[in-house]
Ligand binder design. Structure first.
Ligand code: ATP
Ligand code: MG
Length: 301
């Protein structure tokens, strides 16, 4: 497929779900089962589109790596069983592993708690030329921590700093951090895989009923379901306050995995094509060196 056509398709899938200004953002305007005008019948076509997208991504990544100027940071957040792992696996499947790294952020260790909340993530920001993926991130600090304020008590932040302004301040600090990254040549894109409560239940039941999926199920995940509404509120607030032009959120409908993967791939393609990536130009001196090396190789007996 021609590059212009790929860009056009990518925009078509990505733009409807992009949030660059959170002021009017409301989660209830976003249907987790949305598939634009595609139906189950189009699933094979969607899979083909994903395959084409993955190929295009591999090519873009190759240029990103060769150019060695921009870095790309993709952040994934979601409720359990929304399909984060699968989306990461499928979308990145064609990419050269040397140019890509995935980091998962779990409950912080005691060493991590001895630092400011951005510390552990900022250490993992990808280097230039690379794509870095955060499977969960510093956003947990305004999600799980907000839903369970008890977690804050175990953090070592001085008590006098834990005021009613805390969430507002964290949003502000995150915006500042992402602006800083952007200004340094790190392109940031954030994905909220938006699954419905009903679909999560279906997936949990499948994890319980299918022996090969048992390992994916944890009782803690289903306990978190009791806090569903609090999480929805925390996500809404977070997206409202941290969606910006330079670091947009994508609210990806996640009830249909085949569709959510296409949207994620499309958003990453859209992001990478916005960078005007190109292979570095070879100068006169290097051209002469190439010619000399060629002559030498051809002269070998
Ligand atoms: P999986 O899909 O394998 O279950 P996961 O990302 O859910 O992946 P888990 O080990 O199940 O991994 O869960 C990690 C847990 O760590 C989540 O419940 C998350 O909310 C929690 N967590 C992440 N960051 C923080 C944080 N800063 N403070 C407290 N808890 C956190
Ligand atoms: Mg989990």
């Amino acid at each position: 497929m021609k590059p212009e056509l790929i860009i056009k398709h990518a925009r078509r899938f990505a733009t409807p779900f992009r949030v660059t200004d959170g002021k009017k953002f409301r989660l209830r305007d976003h249907d987790p089962a949305d598939t634009l005008d595609f139906t189950e019948k189009d699933k094979p076509r969607a899979k083909e589109a994903l395959a084409t997208g993955v190929e295009a991504l591999a090519e873009l990544q190759d240029k990103l790596y060769a150019q060695d100027q921009w870095a790309v940071l993709l952040i994934f957040q979601a409720m359990d069983a929304a399909g984060k792992d699968g989306a990461i696996k499928h979308v990145m499947s064609g990419i050269n592993p040397q140019g890509c790294e995935v980091h998962s952020f779990k409950a912080p260790t005691s060493e991590e708690l001895d630092h400011d909340f951005l510390w552990r993530c900022s250490k993992r920001v990808p280097e230039r030329g690379r794509i870095g993926i955060f499977n969960r991130s510093y956003y947990e600090e305004t999600l799980v921590v907000r839903v369970h304020p008890k977690i804050l008590e175990n953090q070592k932040v001085p008590r006098e700093l834990l005021t009613r302004r805390l969430w507002k301040e964290r949003h502000e600090d995150i915006r500042g951090f992402e602006r800083y990254l952007h200004r340094n040549g790190v392109l940031v894109r954030k994905f909220f895989l938006n699954v419905s409560k009903e679909e999560q239940k279906r997936r949990f039941l499948a994890r319980i009923d299918t022996p090969e999926k048992n390992w994916k199920f944890s009782a803690a995940d289903s306990r978190e379901r009791a806090f569903w509404d609090d999480y929805q509120h925390a996500y809404e607030e977070t997206i409202r306050h941290t969606a910006t032009e330079e670091a947009p959120w994508y609210v990806v409908p996640a009830d249909h995995k085949w569709f959510s993967r296409v949207v994620v791939a499309a958003a990453v393609i859209d992001a990478l094509t916005s960078l005007n990536l190109a292979y570095p130009e070879v100068g006169e001196k290097q051209k002469a060196e190439l010619a000399a090396a060629k002559a030498q190789l051809l002269a070998e007996k």
